[in-house]
Design a protein around this ligand. Structure first.
Ligand code: ADP
Ligand code: ADP
Length: 237
C-alpha cells in the first residue's frame, strides 16, 4: 500500500538524513520505526507526506506517486494520510471538538474551523471518536485545559476524522509519562486494527514498540539496519 523506493534526503546543511531507503508497508500493517536520535526517523515520516521534500527517490501510496504530485494533488493525497505529532499540535484556544473537526480541513485550512460550519455528519463522527477515546465529556473544553495524554487523544481523533488510509505518527509518547505512553500506544494500535489502517509509528522507546507491534524497522545513520518481528531484535538496538 505504501512503497518507498531509493528514498534519499540530504538537507541543505549536507546532513544525509536518509540514504536510499527501500520500504514497503502492506495494507493494515502497523510498523514501529526505531533507532537512535538523529537516525532519520522524523525525516522518513515527513518525506512520506512531503512536509520534508525528498532529495530523490519515490514514495507511492497505492497507485499514486506522491513524489510526482503538484501542490493541489498533494493536498488531496495528504487527506489520506493522518498525522499525529509529539507535541500534539492542537490549537490551544479552540475546543476539543473544534480541534477534532479541524482534521476535516487538512493541514492548511486549520484556522477556518472557527468560522466554518461543519455538516452534522462530521460532528456526529467527531462525537463517536471522542467517545471511543474516552473524551466525550471534554468536547467543549479548550485544548489548553487538557493533560498531555488527553491532548494526544484529541490528536488521534483529529487524524482519524480524515478517514485516512495511513497514519504517520511521530514520537506520540515522547512528552508523556510511562503509563500514559502505554495507554496511547495501545489506543493507536487498537484503532488501527479496528479500522484496518496502516501506520508508521516513530518511537524511540523500543520496549514500548515491542509491546504493541508485529513489525519493527530499525534505522541507523539514515539506513535500514533491522526489519523484522520485535522478538528478533537483539536487546541492544
Ligand atoms: P529528534 O532527535 O527527537 O528527532 P531533533 O532534536 O533532532 O529531534 O530535531 C528537532 C527539530 O529540529 C526537528 O524539527 C528537526 O527537523 C530539526 N533539526 C534537527 N536537526 C537539525 C539541524 N541540524 N538543522 C536544522 N534543524 C534540525
Ligand atoms: P530522528 O528522528 O531519528 O532523531 P531526524 O530525522 O530528526 O532523526 O534527523 C536525521 C538527521 O538529519 C540528523 O543528522 C539531523 O541533524 C538532520 N536534520 C533533521 N532535520 C534537519 C533540518 N531541518 N535541517 C538540517 N538537518 C536536519
Amino acid at each position: 500500500m505504501l512503497k518507498l523506493k531509493k528514498l534519499v534526503k540530504t538537507y541543505a546543511t549536507g546532513d544525509q538524513a536518509l540514504k536510499s531507503i527501500e520500504l514497503e508497508v502492506p495494507e493494515g500493517q502497523v510498523l514501529a520505526l526505531i533507532g537512535p536520535s538523529g537516525a532519520g526517523k522524523s525525516t522518513l515520516i515527513r518525506c512520506i507526506n512531503r512536509l520534508v521534500e525528498p532529495t530523490s527517490g519515490e514514495v507511492w501510496l497505492g497507485d499514486t506517486e506522491l513524489t510526482k504530485l503538484n501542490s493541489s494533488g498533494l493536498r488531496r493525497a495528504r487527506r489520506e494520510m493522518g498525522m499525529i505529532f509529539q507535541e500534539y499540535a492542537l490549537v490551544e484556544r479552540l475546543t476539543v471538538m473544534e480541534n477534532v473537526l479541524s482534521g476535516r480541513l487538512g493541514y492548511v485550512g486549520f484556522w477556518r474551523s472557527l468560522t466554518r460550519r461543519f455538516p452534522q455528519s462530521d460532528v456526529d463522527e467527531a462525537f463517536r471518536l471522542l467517545d471511543r477515546v474516552g473524551l466525550l465529556a471534554m468536547a467543549d473544553k479548550r485544548a489548553d485545559e487538557l493533560s498531555g495524554g488527553q491532548r494526544q487523544r484529541v490528536g488521534i481523533c483529529r487524524a482519524l476524522i480524515q478517514n485516512p488510509k495511513l497514519l504517520l505518527v511521530d514520537e506520540p509518547t515522547a512528552s508523556l509519562d510511562p503509563k500514559t505512553s502505554r495507554q496511547i500506544m495501545r489506543l493507536i494500535c487498537e484503532l488501527c486494527a479496528e479500522r484496518g489502517l496502516a501506520a508508521i509509528i516513530n518511537i524511540h522507546d523500543v520496549a514500548l514498540a515491542q509491546m504493541f507491534v508485529q513489525r519493527v524497522v530499525g534505522l541507523r545513520f539514515g539506513a535500514v539496519e533491522f526489519d523484522g518481528p520485535p522478538e528478533a531484535l537483539v536487546p541492544d538496538v
